[in-house]
Write a protein that binds this ligand. Structure first.
Ligand SMILES: C[S@@+](CC[C@H](N)C(=O)[O-])C[C@H]1O[C@@H](n2cnc3c(N)ncnc32)[C@H](O)[C@@H]1O
Length: 264
């Protein structure tokens, strides 16, 4: 095994509104430690698309911790450079800051995105993948427990998108669903769409990262054609992402069920 460290700036008192923090620095630098395997199936390492997603979420919470940008976002002031995707996501997080979010990660691999979001905001995070990755996710949750204990909880679950009816989570609904770099195998594209359709309620929001790979272009096209009709999506522009952790080949999308969000 080998480790990857992911540096993260988190608000003190995860999930509190920054104005609630009475004194001192409002943020803390932490270093998540994520164990990975040298060999194994695709989920055993942290993919670049996961890092881009994590560091983008960090920028969203960092913006929300600054009174000026928070006010601008909430009052839609000076928003010429803010995409619909980022505005909707920021508004979603701001509206939910006092609450404990219920978050599902699909195809979590090492669990890095789940662990990061648990450190960034107050949440119950259901970190899922195939059975073979449970030990790795559990190990990584344990290694980083100190960064979210007291505020958040991260739990690992087996969830095969093609066997949702067998999952302990089949009757659960979530506020936020994270999906990083999961359009990978032909046989998993339709099950991934079905899992999103099943778990994404009309009020929920999905944040998804996709890395361009020439050989996967057809799979990505198939995924969006399945999503078309049931979901609406907007892309986060590259300039809104973390300045160091971004690249033109990794795309971030904010996705909603079409029925309720058709005006967005
Ligand atoms: C490229 S890896 C990405 C892992 C992690 N999200 C990341 O970005 O670091 C794709 C993940 O999708 C998971 N996956 C593929 N097919 C699946 C299925 N049918 N049900 C659940 N997970 C699946 C794999 O096990 C793997 O962890």
């Amino acid at each position: 095994m080998f480790e990857r460290s992911i540096e993260l700036t988190v608000s003190n008192g995860v999930g509190t509104r920054p104005s609630d923090v009475e004194s001192g620095n409002s943020t803390t630098e932490i270093e998540l430690i994520i164990k990975q395997e040298f060999e194994g199936n695709v989920g055993c390492v942290v993919w670049d698309a996961a890092l881009v997603l994590i560091k983008f979420l960090e920028t969203v919470f960092s913006d929300l911790s600054q009174e000026d940008s928070k006010r601008a976002i909430c009052n839609a002031e000076n928003l010429d450079n803010v995409s619909v995707a980022k505005l909707n996501l920021s508004t979603f997080f701001y509206g939910n800051l006092p609450h404990v979010l219920k978050i599902l990660e699909l195809g979590a691999g090492t669990g890095a995105c789940s662990i990061a979001v648990a450190a960034l905001t107050k949440a119950f995070v259901y970190c899922t993948d195939l059975k073979e990755f449970q030990y790795l996710i559990d190990q990584n949750i344990g290694l980083n427990f100190d960064y979210f204990k007291g505020a958040s909880k991260v739990m690992s679950y087996e969830l095969d998108w093609s066997k949702i009816e067998l999952s302990d989570l089949k009757n659960e609904a979530f506020d936020l669903i994270l999906v990083s770099d999961c359009i990978y195998y032909e046989e998993s594209v339709e099950p991934l769409f079905r899992a999103l359709d099943h778990f994404c309620s009309n009020d929920a929001i999905v944040v998804m990262s996709i890395e361009d790979r020439t050989e996967k272009t057809k799979l990505v096209e198939k995924f969006w054609s399945l999503m078309d009709g049931s979901f609406t999506w907007h892309e986060i522009s590259v300039h809104e992402q973390n300045k160091l952790f971004r690249c033109d080949e990794i795309h971030l999308f904010v996705i909603y069920k079409t029925a309720i969000n058709k005006d967005k």
